[in-house]
Design a protein around this ligand. Structure first.
Ligand code: MF3
Ligand code: CO
Ligand code: CO
Length: 256
């Protein structure tokens, strides 16, 4: 499958869908509190996305049953919204993908429910920073391996965390998941070359312990093999003529 290089019109459509996906995270944040079920968060996001003339991409995607992914604590990614209530001390990743005017925008964020110990805040902070260190590598002529190297050197090399290799970032546009694959571990100067007009996600999953995952019997939920915590952050990025543009950036959210 070829890498999509967007023209001006395609870029504007990517901007619009990514702005919408980012706004879903802003909308849902105040609802992420103790006692709320992840099913309720799903319902709220589903309605918000339809109200904005868009479609939630996960719903029925390869059989996924809900409109968003909610990944709590040891869940690495692809958690299915359900009746489980959030409790004080949980951490949760909410992953939103919109389809607006035929174009996909994909972004996720970590939320803390009530109070968590300092080591948990550190895991989330390192995860967000690793995403942004990857983003800083993006420019025409750079390679996919530059992104993975920056993330891995920081999250594993400096902090000793497990960097998940079973799931990657991905090209995104008229299709949800396309080339290039963006691994969160790599070698500088290796891999596909980046070019202006490409859009892809970077979405590192960083584990307190082992980088290895296991898929539950629902065929979706990926959990850490040691049941230790996992965190993730995701943005959709446009390669510009002189660097990058973070299309899912939100005012007031973490950035570097
Ligand atoms: N949004 C996820 C990603 O970042 C993919 C979810 S696929 C689903 O690529 F089917 F689980 F929704
Ligand atoms: Co993604
Ligand atoms: Co996503």
């Amino acid at each position: 499958m070829a890498v999509e290089i967007h023209n001006k019109e395609g870029i504007e459509k990517m901007r619009a869908t990514c702005r919408l996906a980012a706004s879903v995270l802003e909308f849902i944040e105040p609802h992420v509190v103790p006692g709320v079920t992840t099913e309720k968060l799903d319902e709220l996001c589903h309605a918000y996305i339809l109200d904005h003339k868009a479609i939630p991409a996960p719903l029925n995607y390869k059989g996924f049953p809900k409109s968003i992914c909610t990944s709590i604590n040891e869940v690495v990614c692809h958690g299915i919204p359900e009746k489980r209530e959030l409790r004080d001390g949980d951490i949760i990743n909410v992953d939103i993908t919109t389809i607006l005017d035929g174009y996909h925008g994909d972004t996720s964020e970590m939320f803390v429910v009530g109070e968590v110990p300092a080591h948990v805040h550190k895991l989330i902070d390192v995860t967000r920073r690793s995403l942004w260190l990857g983003i800083h590598e993006v420019a025409p002529g750079k390679r996919v391996g530059d992104i993975g190297a920056a993330i891995y050197e920081f999250a594993h090399g400096e902090h000793g965390y497990g960097v998940v290799e079973a799931f990657c970032g991905h090209g995104i546009g008229r299709k949800f998941h396309t080339e290039p694959q963006i691994a969160h571990r790599g070698k500088r100067g290796r891999g596909k070359r980046l070019a202006a007009g490409m859009t892809f996600t970077i979405e590192p999953m960083i584990n307190e312990g082992s980088p290895h995952c296991e898929i539950l019997d629902d065929d979706w939920t990926a959990v850490t093999i040691d049941n230790k915590l996992s965190a993730q952050a995701e943005h959709t990025i446009l390669v510009t003529d002189d660097g990058y543009d973070v299309l899912t950036k939100r005012d007031g959210a973490f950035s570097m």
